[in-house]
Write a protein of this length. Structure first.
Length: 334
């Protein structure tokens, strides 16, 4: 299959390598022409995925037309806050009706739309049913290194989910299908916010029990929002929910956990972000997830406290106290 991968960050590069290693005809589009030239010449993305050798069959370009034209599948991997802008550039070069797979995890600022809704709006009604979302526990470096994992691909039509499943499945990359597009996407968006909270907990030295409780209550928040959005709460127990949440809250490669960890140790957010090359989606998405939760009437206290800490300078210790002093409730409630 001819596949255009739009977005040459760490995850886009890792997925492009995975697909090229599986003998697909893959073109990787990178926004920065200097980085694109370096990756093409050195066969290594030294900026975002250093130390990983890329296969000679993987083509790299800064030309959107070259990346998109004649593709049978488009993989959209730009960060959620620039997804619309980037894919708007891609749309004029699209021929026929390829599958469009979103691999960014987030909610659009302003509109509060899921990435699949943004893509459908951009590409038009003829793409309804051709749009999918890929999500699950998959650190870019580990995927690129061929370490085994399993993910989920969701679409409104089973045919689309199965087509993407067959395309991505590899000896070390197991892919499951789902028809719950909303549930899969929301799990990917919210987990980054909860991971910042988990990092803060670790940075404060609160222990393993605190982290485990935080992750579990994070699952409850995701499930409430999924249900309010018309998704299936059972999805949250799967790879795109619990799987990705556990990974992001505990893994040393997690950018979002790293932000929280450093904040818990006393660093200022602006200094942390200034030192990072890659995007920590949870920082922006703490605002969009809270906005969506408010719109849908879903109570998400951890997410709200993370937003206050990140964007209104609420001290982490006060966040902890306010969460622990909340009104007592049954464990399972709507």
């Amino acid at each position: 299959m001819r596949i255009g991968v739009i977005g040459g960050g760490s995850f886009g590069t890792a997925l492009a390598k995975l697909l090229a290693d599986s003998a697909h005809d893959v073109v990787l589009w990178i926004h920065n022409p200097v980085v694109a030239g370096q990756v093409a010449a050195q066969r290594e993305n030294c900026t975002y995925l250093p130390g990983v050798q890329l296969p000679p069959t993987l083509r790299v370009t800064n030309s959107m037309q070259e990346a998109v034209a004649r593709c049978e599948m488009l993989l959209a991997v730009s960060p959620s806050h620039v997804m619309r802008e980037v894919m708007l550039q891609a749309r004029p070069h699209v021929r026929e009706v390829p599958y469009v797979v979103g691999a960014a995890k987030g909610i659009e600022e302003g509109s509060l739309k899921l990435m699949s809704d943004v893509l459908l709006e951009l590409f038009g009604p003829e793409f309804k049913g051709r749009i999918a979302a890929l999500s699950g526990p998959s650190f870019a470096r580990e995927v690129a290194a061929g370490m085994p994992t399993a993910v989920t691909v969701a679409a409104e039509k089973l045919e689309t989910a199965e087509a993407v499943q067959a395309t991505f499945r590899a000896p070390t990359f197991r892919v499951y299908t789902s028809l719950d597009l909303k549930g899969v996407e929301l799990g990917g968006a919210v987990k980054n916010v909860i991971a910042i909270a988990a990092g803060v907990s670790d940075g404060l030295g609160l222990g393993s029990s605190s982290r485990a409780a935080l992750i579990t209550r994070g699952v409850a928040e995701v499930a409430r929002l999924v249900e309010k959005m018309g998704g299936d709460p059972r999805t949250v127990s799967g790879l795109s929910g619990v799987g990705d949440l556990v990974l992001t809250c505990t893994g040393d490669l997690s950018r979002n956990r790293s932000v929280g960890l450093r904040m818990g140790r006393g660093e200022r957010l602006r200094d942390i972000l200034a030192s990072m090359t890659m995007v920590a989606e949870g920082v922006r998405n703490s605002v969009t997830v809270c906005g969506l939760a408010q719109r849908m009437g879903a109570e998400m206290p951890i997410t709200e406290q993370v937003r206050l800490m990140l964007h209104e300078d609420k001290p982490a210790v006060q966040v902890l106290g306010d969460l622990m002093r909340r009104q007592a409730k049954p464990e399972f409630w709507n």
